[in-house]
Design a protein around this ligand. Structure first.
Ligand code: ZN
Length: 173
């Protein structure tokens, strides 16, 4: 396992990759599992609660997540080729952040419940309902697979301000 570099929006080359649409995985192989292991380690080290493969420069439809709270046992989740089968009409606001947009937190509204289908770490199909933080996180991560960042849901003014802030922080570091 290895910690990978997380792409961030202040870097033009990184941003170009983050804007890419990720491609589906044909079959889940050991290579994909190695990537998922690296992604999880990278996410824990950051620390974060979700990470899409494109954020470490691999535009594949793969996501890792762990929603365990501080003090709880780790509960890693792996999603390959996730799809939203159904979503609730009811929108709920949540203050989101993103490892590719460091230190920026803004409220985004998303359906408060979604039904998802995906392949797990072993390539088995799972059908599941997600609500609460799980629903927020999976929709945020699935946006990454389409090249969409959470700041793309904000007004242009707020988005530009967020990117400027990240750039300034990167220069100061
Ligand atoms: Zn993100």
């Amino acid at each position: 396992m290895a910690i990978r570099r997380i792409l961030t929006v202040d870097n033009a080359a990184d941003l170009a990759v983050l804007k890419k649409k990720s491609v589906p995985v044909e079959t889940v192989t050991d290579e994909h599992r190695a990537l998922m292991d690296d992604m999880l380690e990278t996410m824990y080290a950051a620390p974060g609660i979700g990470l899409a493969a494109v954020q470490v420069g691999e535009p594949l439809r793969i996501i890792v997540m762990d929603l365990a709270r501080d003090g709880e046992d780790r509960a890693p989740r792996y999603f390959v080729n996730p799809e939203i089968i159904e979503k609730n009409d009811n929108l709920a606001p949540y203050e989101e952040g993103c490892l590719s947009v460091p230190e920026i937190y803004e409220t985004v509204e998303r359906p408060d419940q979604v039904h998802i289908r995906y392949l797990d770490y072993n390539g088995h199909q799972v059908d599941e309902a997600a609500d609460g933080l799980y629903a927020v996180c999976i929709q945020h991560e699935m946006d990454h697979l389409e090249g969409v960042l959470f700041i793309d849901h904000l007004s242009r003014l707020k988005r530009d301000r967020a990117i400027t802030k990240v750039k300034k922080a990167a220069r100061a570091a």
